[in-house]
Design a protein. Sequence first.
Length: 365
Amino acid sequence: MKATQPIMKELNQAFSRLGDPISRALSWWLDQLTQLLPDWIRRWLQPAQQRYFLQIAHDVYKLSISPDDPDPTLIKPGNNKVAARTSRRLRTRKELIILVPDDQLLRIPLKLPLATREHLPRVLHCQMSQLTPFEPEQVYFSYQIQDIDSANENLFLELLVIPRHLLHPHFEQFSQWHLKPTHLRPLSLAASSQCNLLSESDIETPKQPLKNLNRSLFALNLLLVAAVIALPLWQKSLQIDQLKSTRNLLKQDVDQVLEIRQKMDRLQELQQKLIAINAEPSNNLTLLAELTRLFPDTAWVNHMELSLDQIKLKGEALDASSLINRLDGSDLFNKVGFSAPTTRNPRSNKERFSINAELTERAQK
């Protein structure tokens, strides 16, 4: 059915291209044919309206495309077929203006300071309980400015009030029909574009699935773009973390290798010393035999330090200076001398000595 809505418009456009006489004849024929159609088909063939008026009468609702429509659609609450068809037609319209009888309206003339003009809705809301027997939450209200006295800075207006409970059954009916009123006016002000007794909280914004879908797709595109940008960065970050981990592991391995290398160097050094010490037993015995031969019975050694090319002797003797001559006369020692002054031990009455000497090549073999 929706596909045939522009039929009348397309036919008229086609006829207009046939020339004036033929066009007029066919247009007349088309108009006569249209008049033979039922009312609901003729309304259905009309271009879609963005604004509809729904007047509340005593036991019926009058639907029209203008306040002065002579042939409105009558909808009774019990007529479900007409109501359902009308409901489907009105769901997507931008404006649905509800018209109420003027006798249900309370009109109150007011004089307010001109300075309140910019804040009239808030001022009237706060003064509602003083101006009417109702609280502001119990009424629908609006106003009409009647006059402005600039000289005295006064504002003359008419407050329009209707109790909510009077319209509650009708709005329940609209809700069942899935209708969402955007304006509420008295019938006498049907053509006024300024009057609306519905507040912003009373108006339910029509759903716009396509717009919402576009917003969702836009948000999804943003997420995808962000993901395309962020994914390589995230991958690079992972690679950097992996490289850092690998570097840390390699550093630990290098540290361990260096530590092992140092230990091996120390072991090798100790090994060399052990080899040198193990190679010395015969020399040590030779040196001990020589010292035994050179030292008299009145002298003894209580400490001896032996290296590869030096010997240090500490002990006591009756004549420490004679030991220097004895050692110096041996072919196993060179540069024999005291490393510290001699001192006398009062208990043994002997001289304490400390002698250093270099080992000759024969002593080192």
